[in-house]
Design a protein around this ligand. Structure first.
Ligand code: ADP
Ligand code: ZN
Ligand code: ZN
Length: 721
């Protein structure tokens, strides 16, 4: 904790040559304060100026915030003065002065402040909490002198402009790319451009559209913001942008940077020294004074939703940001989210389709294998074989031709659970309501929720039986089984376990690209983005479980995943004709698979949206999820019950539905019980008005009647329910 503070708060009040400024600081969540706090300053400061201020006994980074004097200065001044209520009245008219002004840095732009203001309101967090959370953490540590020094160093580094390099020759655009760019130009010329949904199949050349659009923006002196869903996908896209724009500066923003790099990149963006910012969801908050274009690649990807703190959707905020700056936004995907698709149908977004693969290649043929027709293997459990004979033959064919295959299974580890057939013991986690996964290579049982890990027991811990056995299959076992079935095949595996170490993922991908792997086994990690040129077969081992999952978005996810996986095959036009994807299923008649067979996203989206409408699910209704966590489930239940009761008395409550609390799929994690309660409203506006009245009371409830609650959080537009 920082304690270098003046011992006593200096008495300062407007009237003695001082002026009042509002400052957004990271206020403790329990304070329930949502606005900025008032401080005294010797001069008026432009909104967006970074300052250092005292708060309680600490000194913090803050941002001068726009707006009039506070409605309830007493409470805020009390907090700013660090009082615990005792001298609140006295403090109310004696504002504490700013400690320092970081004026070496130009103020953050009004549009940036507006973005944060909007996001804080929409996702029900205080502006200070959100604003400070999205600044580079390193900025919190610097005083004006250190900041000035860093800026000088940055200016010096960047002054060494790279010698002008010849720009690479551009490929000739395919007709659909040309049309998409014309549609974009049309929007860019509007006072209020509509976002462009670029619905392009895998391999249709969406990236080239992003590159040309970026060139347009750079050409008119603007900056471009490019978002990708996962940090794993940044290096290859970064490389393509860097290659295309050798004379422009590109900075990355993602969690893999060191704190110093993150600050440097942020400064480069804010000072307008970087022309292109490419990053993961956090990059949506990059300060970009000359913003001219926003690109959201794979816009449907759930990774765009932040899952802690302010649970914002970077995709949705990117659209809002485009709207604030009046600049075009490209949302690219082969399988758009149903929300985005619906917006396009309603003409709120402009839809542009690219149905053809570059080079005229076709999408791989999708073949379903009905696992129900296979005879069960003899012996314990009577399980079905790993691969249907036709699928095994397809794998063998690729081996014979020297082509690559991808076999994917969305479950890592060797087996999801270890089991004793004698007494029925299973490898449960003592701290969670989940099984511990058997990792054979490392001889451990590991909980994927809390991390609790133990050596695999030699015998059943309950009855001593030596014959305990794994149940089910993960990628590790899959790898082992394929090695037995196809001796001589070179098998590579990529999942969160094998890609854990630094550089591991890159190494493994490089092996695949170099042709050192015949069969790649992996989780969804390998289905995204990667451009495997020699892959002509994709096998989905058993994707059925998502068909019947309780989450209403599960089918949408599965469809996107399978389409994306299919897209890994036949990217090389010459090989496209003999590329195929096998889906092993017990439900070959399912409508989802019928649409998949035809690569018909529109048909799939149509049936899904009709189902959503009849069940009044998003995008036809708007949801918020209130989560509560406590050691004792009754404590969480009582909090949610009180919260529900209060909600029912609020104005507009008759339009909303508050559902009874239910446990999430994994109800206990690390000894903490979880419950969640869904609120549904017919429109965004109604939901927002209800939350605005409700959330302050939730803070109050937690502080007064529900002190034993470990945590609560509100998730607006939740993805997993
Ligand atoms: P998507 O992102 O839509 O899956 P990509 O942007 O990866 O597709 O494009 C697929 C391949 O086609 C890439 O290798 C890319 O370099 C190439 N490509 C894209 N546009 C063109 C073009 N106009 N002419 C030639 N090759 C292109
Ligand atoms: Zn036993
Ligand atoms: Zn656990």
């Amino acid at each position: 904790m920082n304690t270098q503070l003046p011992a006593a708060p200096a008495a300062a009040a407007p009237g003695d040559g001082l002026t009042t400024v509002k400052v957004a600081v990271e206020t403790p969540q329990h304070s329930g304060l949502v606005g900025a706090l008032d401080y005294a300053s010797e001069r008026s400061l432009e909104p967006g100026t970074l300052v250092r201020v005292p708060l309680g006994r600490r000194e913090l980074l803050g941002i001068v915030w726009p707006g009039a004097a506070t409605a309830d200065p007493a409470a805020e001044a009390d907090l700013a003065a660090g009082g615990d209520g005792g001298n609140g009245a006295a403090a109310s008219h004696r504002l504490r002065p700013l400690t320092a002004v970081l004026d070496a840095l130009p103020p953050l732009q009004p549009a940036w402040l507006a973005l944060v203001d909007f996001a804080a309101g929409y996702y029900q967090r205080s502006v200070g909490e959100l604003a400070l959370a999205v600044l580079p953490p390193e900025l919190r540590k610097v005083d004006p002198t250190q900041l000035a020094r860093r800026l000088k160093r940055l200016a010096k580094n960047l002054a060494k402009a790279p010698a002008a390099v010849a720009e690479p020759a551009l490929p000739e655009l395919a007709p659909e790319q040309q049309t998409a760019l014309e549609a974009l130009a049309e929007q860019a010329a509007q006072a209020r451009p509509l976002p462009l949904l670029l619905h392009g199949v895998t391999g249709s050349g969406k990236t080239e559209v992003y590159l040309r659009a970026t060139a347009q923006a750079l050409g008119s002196g603007r900056q471009a913001l490019v978002l990708v869903p996962e940090i794993n996908l940044t290096p290859q896209l970064e490389a393509r942008f860097a290659e295309r724009f050798p004379n422009h500066r590109l900075v990355a923003m993602h969690s893999g940077l060191t704190p110093a790099q993150r600050l440097q990149h942020w400064l480069a963006a804010h000072l307008g020294l970087a022309d292109i910012v490419l990053g993961t969801r956090m990059a949506v908050f990059a300060p970009l004074p000359r913003l001219g274009l926003v690109v959201v690649d794979e816009e449907h990807d759930p990774s765009y939703k932040q899952q802690e703190g302010a649970r914002y959707s970077a995709r949705d905020l990117a659209v809002y940001r485009g709207h604030l700056h009046h600049v075009p936004v490209i949302l690219g995907s082969a399988t758009p989210s149903l929300e985005t698709w619906h917006n396009a149908q309603e003409k709120r977004y402009r839809l542009q389709t690219m149905a053809a693969r570059i080079g005229g290649g076709t999408l791989p043929r999708v073949r379903l294998f009905d696992m129900g027709v296979l005879p069960r293997e003899k012996g314990r459990g009577g399980s079905t074989p790993l691969f249907a004979p036709a699928v095994l033959a397809s794998l063998q064919e690729r081996l014979d031709r020297g082509e690559q295959s991808l076999v994917f299974l969305n479950r890592r580890g060797y087996a999801p659970v270890l089991h004793c057939p004698d007494c029925g013991w299973k490898s449960g986690c003592p701290h969670c309501s989940a099984w511990r996964v058997f990792h054979k290579g490392e001889r451990t049982l590991r909980c994927h929720h809390c991390g609790f890990t133990e050596r695999v027991p030699r015998a059943c811990p309950e009855c001593g039986n030596l014959d305990i056995a794994p149940l089910g299959r993960g990628t590790e076992k899959l790898e082992e089984q394929i090695a037995t079935l196809l001796p001589g095949a070179r098998i590579g595996r990529i999942d969160a376990d094998t890609a854990r170490g630094k550089g591991e993922l890159e190494n493994r991908l490089a092996e695949v690209h170099a042709g050192d792997v015949d069969i790649l086994v992996g989780t969804q990690m390998v289905t995204k983005g990667h451009d495997f040129r020699r892959m002509t077969l994709v096998v989905a081992v058993n994707p059925d479980s998502a068909l019947f999952a309780s989450d209403f978005r599960a089918p949408e996810r599965l469809f996107a995943l399978l389409m994306q996986a299919a897209g890994r095959a036949g990217r090389d036009a010459e090989a496209a004709a003999r590329s195929e994807m096998w889906v092993q299923t017990w439900h070959p008649q399912h409508a989802l698979y019928a649409a998949l067979k035809k690569h018909d996203y529109a048909a799939f989206a149509g049936t899904q949206l009709a189902e959503r409408e009849s069940a009044s699910l998003p995008p036809y209704s708007h949801l918020a999820l209130l989560r509560a966590e406590a050691r004792d489930v009754a404590v969480a239940q009582a909090f949610l019950d009180d919260a529900a009761l209060y909600a029912q008395g609020l104005p507009g409550a008759e339009h909303a539905v508050v559902y009874p609390p239910v446990p999430p799929p994994v109800s206990k994690v690390a000894g903490i019980e979880r419950l969640q309660m869904l609120v549904e409203a017919p429109s965004r506006g109604r939901l927002q008005r209800l939350l605005a009245d409700w959330v302050p009371e939730l803070h109050h409830l937690r502080q007064t009647r529900h002190k034993r609650l470990a945590r609560w959080a509100i998730d607006v537009d939740p993805l997993g329910i």
